[in-house]
Design a binder for this molecule. Structure first.
Ligand code: SAH
Length: 296
């Protein structure tokens, strides 16, 4: 994990229980006797997330309608720390505060990147989302936290294949765009992936547990992650001034080759592949910009 990640060690259960006493109902001893939760139980993971967000990010509350993607906080915040380093390379130090505007494509019902980024670095966010119910849930998560008022705006994308168009104004600019794309190519692949994940967590991959991985329509799009990111690359080239950096997670290593070829076609000034590892899971952030040198 990134060195600034607050979750590199064990979870501090006494602090988490102080932040959210209801977590006690889901706390159980691990084989080594330390407190843990059943990570295959979505209700338990939801409670853990609420506790983490209260204890470490001073959020008041966070909720998720049943069936939506319940994000692992340590992995999500890692992306933001790596993004902070990327921006710091331009600015000389990590830029903080609301003047740093970040566009989160597909913010989800969880709105997790804007909440974490506003809490950790004080950045302001625009989160976009196609799913109307997810937009409402994301907005509710912002409203639960009045301290973040004015720093997170949720916008509905009504064209399922558009990424920046339709949700940004002509002259609007951002320091960075971020995205955790729907990575499966079909609903069946998404279901199989979720079942595998739940089994790996020691759970029983039956219907209720599927909620853990999110609704199928959150997790897939035609062509999967590669097609989604290729569209993003093309759209970024039409709006090179929209953002200093365009970035996205690429969860499948085998997609990197085709994505690098797509990037070469639009001739960015700089490209980065930033490796990330959370436990066994390897991932990476692909970043590109049409501006050279320092933004300043
Ligand atoms: N950012 C959240 C959710 C990621 S899931 C997290 O990391 O947990 C991907 C999200 O992208 C889903 O909520 C899906 O509805 C949304 N999405 C799919 N196509 C989109 C588009 N064209 N514009 C905006 N959001 C989109």
């Amino acid at each position: 994990m990134h060195p600034r990640n607050r979750h590199a060690g064990r979870y501090d259960f006494p602090a988490l229980l102080r932040a959210l006493p209801e977590l006690a109902a889901f706390t159980q001893p691990s084989p080594t006797g330390d407190p843990t939760i059943d990570f295959a139980n979505p209700t338990a993971v939801l409670a853990l997330n609420r506790a983490l967000l209260r204890a470490h990010y001073a959020l008041k509350d966070w909720q998720l309608p049943s069936g939506y993607l319940c994000p692992p906080i340590p992995g999500r915040v890692d992306y933001l720390h790596h993004l902070a380093d990327l921006l710091a390379a331009d600015a000389g130090e990590i830029p903080r505060g609301a003047s740093i505007r970040v566009l989160d494509i597909g913010t989800g019902a969880n709105c997790i990147y804007p909440l974490l980024g506003a809490a950790e670095y004080g950045w302001s966010f625009v989160g976009t989302e196609t799913d109307a119910a997810a937009v409402r849930a994301a907005q509710a998560n912002v409203d639960f936290n009045p301290a973040l008022a004015g720093r997170i705006e949720v916008r509905r994308q009504t064209h399922s294949t558009a990424l920046f168009e339709g949700v940004t104004a002509a002259r609007e600019t951002f320091a960075a765009t971020i995205c955790n794309p729907p990575f499966h190519a079909s609903a069946a692949e998404a279901r199989a992936g979720t079942a595998r994940k739940v089994r790996n967590l020691g759970g029983n991959a039956r219907a209720p547990a599927l909620n853990f991985g999110g609704r199928a329509n959150e997790l897939w799009c035609p062509g999967g992650e590669a097609a989604f990111v290729r569209r993003m690359i093309r759209e970024s080239a039409d709006r090179p001034e929209l953002s200093r950096w365009f970035t996205t997670l690429v969860s499948k290593r085998e997609n990197l080759g085709t994505l690098e070829r797509s990037l070469n076609q639009v001739r960015p000034a700089q490209t980065r592949i930033i490796p990330m590892a959370q436990g066994q899971k390897q991932s990476r952030v692909l970043a590109w910009t049409f501006q050279s040198g320092s933004a300043a």
